[in-house]
Design a binder for this molecule. Structure first.
Ligand SMILES: Nc1ncnc2c1ncn2[C@@H]1O[C@H](COP(=O)(O)OP(=O)(O)OP(=O)(O)O)[C@@H](O)[C@H]1O
Ligand SMILES: [Mg+2]
Length: 234
């Protein structure tokens, strides 16, 4: 009789961004996987902000405030912070934990059983009654309308913040996969290194990401562009 009021959520807990989808409401969270704490450690410390607001604080705070991304390479690296992030996002989605039923969470194909357990435990502690994991390339294939049940194999390449997940899918399953722990974050790091080595300029992660998105290009032969970059001379 009450089954209709229970919420089932889908979550893409990404290194860079977290997306939560509710069957009846659509996308309810789409924000950076960033959390800001007072006093450095996530255990028992006060959460100052999460998501967009926390990302704005990156690289701009003093020592008593820590702005962190609890996920690295597509999995939870800081368990307490990861759990706090999931709980806060679910709260933001306005789903009381007593109404939260099933959660389906996307995970990279290369995930270990310990890493799977960390994600399941975090979702359970956020209030979910049952937690299911789905490999991210499989979810991506379904999302873009690939016929995953057909005999013809399709290759999905998902370049995220922390992982590049590549999988070949047919007959409803993954035939081969490879999850490289090398993705968009490493492009940001390369830009930071380049600015330091070439222009002796220290730039933050946010500036590097902006340069990548606004000026990055995948073709080798392209016209040179000029733009201004702000950083600290060293
Ligand atoms: N137009 C763009 N050009 C280049 N990079 C982009 C662009 N838009 C977003 N990105 C980069 O994509 C990354 C985020 O991708 P996505 O949201 O798929 O990652 P994620 O799912 O959180 O990470 P993962 O799957 O590795 O855990 C960020 O590093 C961001 O800078
Ligand atoms: Mg992803």
């Amino acid at each position: 009789m009450f089954s209709g009021i229970f919420k089932n959520l889908g979550m893409d807990l990404g290194t860079a961004n977290t997306i939560i989808y509710a069957y009846d409401k659509g996308y309810i969270v789409n924000e950076p996987s960033v959390i800001a704490f007072k006093n450095g450690n996530s255990n028992g410390y006060k959460i100052l902000s999460i998501g967009i607001e926390a990302k704005k604080m990156m690289g701009k705070t003093g020592r008593e405030i820590k702005v962190i991304r609890p996920l690295a390479d597509g999995v939870i690296a800081d368990f307490a912070a990861g759990e706090a992030l999931i709980k806060s996002f679910i709260k933001r989605a306005n789903v009381p934990s007593f109404l939260l039923n099933r959660m389906i969470v996307g995970v990279p194909t290369g995930i270990t059983s310990v890493e799977k357990k960390a994600i399941i435990d975090s979702a359970l502690s956020a209030g979910a009654r049952k937690v299911y994991l789905v490999y991210e390339p499989m979810a991506a294939a379904i999302g873009v309308g690939v016929d995953i049940l057909g005999q013809h194999a399709n290759m999905i390449v998902d370049i995220g913040g922390g992982t590049t997940d590549i999988a070949v899918i047919n007959y409803g399953g993954i035939v081969v996969d490879n999850a490289l722990r090398l993705a968009s974050d490493e492009m940001n790091d390369a830009i930071i290194r380049y600015m330091k080595n070439t222009y002796y300029l220290d730039i933050g992660e946010l500036t590097a990401e902006k340069i990548k998105i606004e000026h990055g290009i995948a073709y080798k032969d392209c016209d040179e562009k000029q733009f201004k970059v702000t950083g600290i001379d060293h």
